[in-house]
Design a protein around this ligand. Sequence first.
Ligand code: PEP
Ligand code: MG
Length: 314
Amino acid sequence: DDAPEPSEDETTAAPQPVTATDVKVNVSIPDAAGRASETGADGVGLLRMEHMVLNLGKTPSKYVGDHGERAYIDRIVEGVQEVAEEFYPRPVRVRTLDAPTDEFCNLEGGDDEPKEHNPMLGYRGIRRALDEPDIFELELRAFRKLYELGYDNVEIMLPLVNDADQTAEARNLMERAGLDTDEITWGVMVETPASAMVVEDIADEGVDFVSFGTNDLTQYTLAADRNNENVSDIYDETHPGVLALMSRVIDVCDERDVRTSICGQAGSNPEMVEFLVEEGITSVSANIDAVADVRRRVARVEKRLMLDHARRKE
Ligand code: PEP
Ligand code: MG
């Protein structure tokens, strides 16, 4: 037959260890689905929607009403489908839109966007979705279509949530858009200190999972802009203040059977991974290039924990 010869790399690569903690992969662009899948990841821990939507060339508000809702919905459906198909039946966690206002400025309609001094602290993520339910609804209709097409491996993740009220409001909008939140798998990102401190209330709203967005959680906890070189030495994802928040969230969620995950950059950092596996996180999600290393690190930590337990060293 004409199957391609395995490459040198494939024949010599060590088999990946089996881990109890899921090791997933982050995907920012649907075109990367194939490469992401080849890592052998247990799913996609974060599929960003920004690339799909911003590439349309117009701001989302330009699609509402008679202005081509179908095109907007179809773009999201096609983008997610590319990844969900590649990974099926492995789960694909899709995050609803989280673009700061300055990222829209070069698009058609960008002049109508609010001008903000500090877009990272501004009108983005769930706060904007709740304030503009007509636009959010287009995203939710895309999810409904994906479920109708049979992609039951798609999960919905809400960005920049602060509290239970926002979670409940988003859940109501999902229900109103025809999504059964008892049936689907959905959850929120923990990327503000507030969400970490009230995660028990968020859990009570029926989320299936929470996922640490450490890029934002770090900048908001340490008051250090993640894009400002002048404070890059302050910006430390492994700062004890950041770790304490994460530890608290894992404990609370563990008691309530809410799954925990990480999808920020720090999920590719072996020290962070070690800390989180010891704390009992359910899954970690890493960049495509880091998945194999993270998997090996997770396996090593799990083995040590098991041996320690067996030898009653705990
Ligand atoms: C994060 O904040 O860690 C995250 C994954 O989201 P983004 O980088 O898109 O803000
Ligand atoms: Mg974030």
